[in-house]
Design a binder for this molecule. Sequence first.
Ligand SMILES: Nc1ncnc2c1ncn2[C@@H]1O[C@H](COP(=O)(O)OP(=O)(O)OP(=O)(O)O)[C@@H](O)[C@H]1O
Ligand SMILES: [Mg+2]
Length: 569
Amino acid sequence: MPTTAPNTVPASAPTSTFAEFAERADYSLLDSLQADPQASGDGHDHRPRQVFSGHYVPVTPTPLPVPELVAHSRALFHDLGLSEALAHDDQFLRLFSGDIGVTTEPMRPFGWATGYALSIYGTEYIQQCPFGTGNGYGDGRAISVFEGVFNGRRWEMQLKGGGPTPYCRGADGRAVLRSSVREFLAQEFMHALGVPTSRSLTLVVSRAETVRRPWYAPNSRSFDPDILVDNPAAITTRVAPSFLRVGQLELFARRVRSQAHPAALHELGMIVRHLIERNYRPQIDPDLEFSDQVVELARLFRGRLTALVAHWIRVGYCQGNFNSDNCAAGGYTLDYGPFGFCELFDPRFQPWTGGGEHFCFFNQPVAAEANYQMFWAALRPLLEDNTEALARLDQLRDGFAEAMNQAMEAMWASKLGLTSYDAALVNELLELMLLSKVDYTIFFRRLSAIPEDLSTLKESFYLPSSEDLEARWTQWLQRWRDGLSEGGDRKATAEAMQRVNPAITWREWLIAPAYQQAEQGDYRAIQELQAVFSHPYAEPSAQLAATYDRLKPREFFNAGGVSHYSCSS
Ligand SMILES: Nc1ncnc2c1ncn2[C@@H]1O[C@H](COP(=O)(O)OP(=O)(O)OP(=O)(O)O)[C@@H](O)[C@H]1O
Ligand SMILES: [Mg+2]
């Protein structure tokens, strides 16, 4: 399993000025799609309304007043070949705070938002928009402002919190600093963990605009938010090859099914071609028949989705709200709102209060299958006249659980340094982990040193263990170590385990002070987290370990806003 995603080759000359950045703009893929025929040409229509057809709505963002740069991702700047100076360029800052008036040719002075459908755990919802039709649901506060090519790769840049769009459903289109700090840090942390993800470009805050959201009082033990708080408005810009979601394909397939308009099937075909173009070239040969390309797409997405979820479980990540509209069709992590990382091991870990057990930590493979089912169903209308291709597509759906299983088994084997999966060993381990209430990250990292006895492993236990339990642990450890020696070289095994079992993880009680200090204008904690999160597999210095390699302190259990949180983002 790779520990870092492949980086792009750095360009010989970095993009240093805003004019050079603008030169990278290339809207040729966006232009292959259909714009909403009812949209006003200038993109200034922000009222909630139904969008009946087309793939996107041109819309201008609403600028944040008096924007201030909180942070930018050095890693992504490097990958895109952007110079550090650009992060401090006034026009660049203004663009990524929603002021699209600063654009120069060939950039466009408007952005775009897209509609999508929603299904929750495989059940379709159409009532969730003000019109009760699903035609008003989509990017309510996410607005893409740039499509361009950097170092030979095409990226889309999207503001989150960029103001209302026709899909805003009457809400303000804004995001608070708290949730923006979380999304900004988490995306780059996941990338450094080697988990496919959207990336973070910049994080901008306004000192002149606040938004009010339900949240938790200090030291609250409440499950639901108990106060209303004003938080500075912020915008994170996220970057990905596309922001296409499973829900998007679903929207167009629904319209085919309900014969919503004569071009519905054509529009579905267009969005699927677009997905292939953006996320699956060059893996899908453009010379194949379209029906074969569709089957290939389904095969590749199945591989990416199963691998993604196995990664999530490897690193302790829980999406929390794995609806089809939070499931990127390119097979990477998207929407860092309801997420959390498991500290005290619990297969039912679910930090988001709205999420429910179906989206909990260990249920993510099943939740993924429900999303895959929606993806599969959305592709079917394209193959209606090709029974042979349809059969291959159906087989892929039928084989999802088995493919997911294989990905999980390979993941557990790698986490334990084994050459092949051993079900009895893993199941016994999970039971012991539950009984001792281990810290998920600390446990696997200590295990990666291949200890001879329990002493270091016990540093990860939240509960003192009985003699009986210790005897079981010792037996398990012995069996596991015996299994390893078949493979040989202990040092190489330990090193391989350290490349899949991170030394540090996301601990919400260490993140909360960073966004709280940022509200006061102090960004040092964010900078420290950026640095720590950029090398999660490296052994931290003793000084950093004292902060980051620690069990969750007792006072943060059941703490509102830290142990669990609502969607007040
Ligand atoms: N303040 C807001 N104003 C307008 N629309 C919003 C707002 N908050 C959420 N939405 C929209 O509600 C839907 C569900 O919200 P959810 O929290 O899943 O998404 P999100 O975190 O805003 O977005 P994304 O999935 O784009 O990361 C999304 O379509 C989102 O655009
Ligand atoms: Mg979402």
